[in-house]
Design a protein around this ligand. Structure first.
Ligand code: PEP
Ligand code: MN
Length: 333
């Protein structure tokens, strides 16, 4: 971090600033130029509040040189992170997470699980706790939903992905293979900290209106607690566009892969909100270098209790999976 001081600053105040920085384990290199004095701060500056520094009498400007996310940063971990999630690789092989928006009944989840498995899915998704905009909408089967997912896992062997909304529920997710943190909770820092204390794999979705840097800082919250098993999920961001539910930021894939070593997957279903756009966006995700996709699939989309409009039938899902495989093999050749 570079701190440029104002000309003719009070030497006592400058001295106090150096002492304060040193008390935070930062080494201060002082460069006295003809016109300006500049501090080069060396050490872990992630805990230094830029705004606070900028507000000081003696400070003219502050510039961060290294990113405040250390654990998630590719600079310190040049190789891609490859996670082994219940025997399935994420970050190496392309993974396909498929299943309904929400778990609705035993018949529904088992039927879908068998069909997506037959079509080549590597994980089964299904919401048990649903973050709905309206409190009057279906809120999910909650603990019963998790038991049904576990039953589907038992019958198909597919590891499961399901969303957590409350840190107090962590014990309920003991046997869940991947815990999803949804877009609305991307900055629920207390939840992120608690998940950082577990060793569960976390699928962290980008917030509705969050920047890539904010997204990586949320991953950093989990990693700072010691849990490095994180999958980043781009699921579209809110823009002025109304034709799609969100706008899929496909450029987030190469940007995230450049900045971070964590696996990156794309959720075209929530990004578009329209089933017929899921295939082209899945192909785009594969072509852009994503490590996987997460796709909503329902055995009866028109009667789905949540997100029917964006859900594919198992047949449509098979078609998407086969098309994605073609893109992947074209990229390999
Ligand atoms: C979901 O995956 O079911 C979900 C609610 O997604 P998001 O948090 O991205 O809206
Ligand atoms: Mn959904």
């Amino acid at each position: 971090m570079i701190v440029v001081l104002k000309n003719n600053s009070n030497p006592e105040k400058v001295d106090n600033l150096v002492k304060w920085l040193e008390s935070r384990n930062i080494r201060v290199h002082i460069f006295k130029g003809v016109f300006e004095t500049v501090f080069g701060l060396i050490g872990d500056t992630s805990g230094i509040d830029i705004q606070l520094l900028e507000g000081l009498d003696v400070v003219k400007s502050v510039k961060r040189i290294s990113e405040p996310f250390k654990n998630a940063n590719r600079q310190f971990h040049p190789d891609d992170s490859v996670l082994n999630v219940s025997g399935v690789e994420v970050g190496g092989d392309f993974c396909v997470i498929a299943g309904p928006c929400s778990v609705e009944s035993q018949e529904q989840i088992i039927d879908i699980a068998k069909k997506v498995k037959a079509a080549g899915a590597t994980f089964l998704r299904g919401g048990a706790f649903k973050p709905r905009t309206s409190p009057y909408d279906f809120q999910g089967l909650q603990d019963v939903g998790i038991s049904l997912l576990l039953e589907a896992k038992k019958q198909t062997g597919l590891p499961i992905v399901t969303e957590i909304m409350n840190a107090n529920h962590i014990p309920m997710f003991e046997q869940v293979d991947i815990i999803q943190v949804g877009a609305r909770n991307m900055q629920n820092f207390e939840l992120l900290k608690e998940l950082g204390r577990t060793n569960k794999t976390i699928l962290l979705k980008r917030g509705l209106a969050n920047t890539i840097k904010e997204f990586l800082m949320s991953a950093e919250y989990i990693m700072a607690g010691g849990n490095e098993n994180i999958i980043l999920c781009e699921r579209g961001i809110r823009t002025f566009e109304q034709q799609t539910r969100n706008t899929l930021d496909i450029s987030a894939v190469p940007v995230l892969k450049e900045l971070s070593h964590l696996p990156v997957v794309v959720d075209p279903s929530h990004a578009c909100g329209v089933a017929r756009y899921v295939k082209p966006m899945s192909l785009a995700a594969a072509a852009a270098g994503a490590h996987g996709v997460m796709i909503e699939v329902h055995n009866d989309p028109t009667h789905a209790l949540c997100d029917g409009a964006q859900s594919l039938t198992p047949e449509q899902f098979l078609d998407v999976k086969q098309a994605v495989d073609k893109v992947l093999s074209a990229l390999r050749n």
